[in-house]
Design a protein around this ligand. Structure first.
Ligand code: ZN
Length: 169
């Protein structure tokens, strides 16, 4: 990120957290030292994720935003490396693996619990075609069904904590 991009990025934090980070030249320089090797797009995504997290009420620290990110150089080095998904067997670029794996895990959850609690034999393909938001919505609906019907008290307790946190119950 350039120093201008860092400044704009800090403005986003300022707007969301009523801070004044972007006004202070030393703060901008300090953040730039840590953020300069990362892409603007990745930092924006990271901030979006942060604002949906458990810690969303406090202004983000740099390390929290950079936690999961790779530098532009690291991404370049990994761009031709693929990993085989343990769920669907597809070859997936390593950089997209985490997200892909999350989706496949969600689909496996839907198929398993659709069979167990609704006695449905769902076709996987319909789920693969869904957008992230549509799939997320399906998973929450299924979690509500599982929460309602499961006899596993530990599963029920864990779902209760999660569903309350996302305000689904
Ligand atoms: Zn997969």
């Amino acid at each position: 990120m350039t120093i201008e991009e860092v400044k704009k990025f800090l403005k986003r934090i300022d707007m969301n957290y009523q801070t004044n980070l972007s006004e202070d030249k030393d703060v901008v320089r300090e953040w730039h030292t840590d953020l300069k090797n990362y892409s603007n797009e990745d930092l924006d995504k990271s901030l979006n994720e942060y604002m949906k997290s458990n810690y969303a009420s406090i202004p983000p620290k740099r390390w929290a935003l950079l936690n999961d990110l790779k530098t532009i150089e690291q991404k370049e080095a990994l761009k031709d490396i693929y990993e085989t998904c343990i769920f669907c067997g597809k070859k997936v670029p390593l950089l997209e693996y985490k997200k892909h794996h999350g989706r496949c895990l969600d689909i496996a959850y839907l198929i398993k619990n659709g069979k167990k609690f609704l006695n449905k034999d769902w076709d996987k393909e319909q789920f693969y075609k869904m957008t992230d938001a549509e799939l997320e919505d399906k998973v929450i609906k299924m979690q509500l069904i599982v929460y309602d019907k499961t006899t596993n008290l530990q599963e029920k307790a864990m779902l209760e904590i999660y569903l309350k946190r996302i305000k689904a119950i």
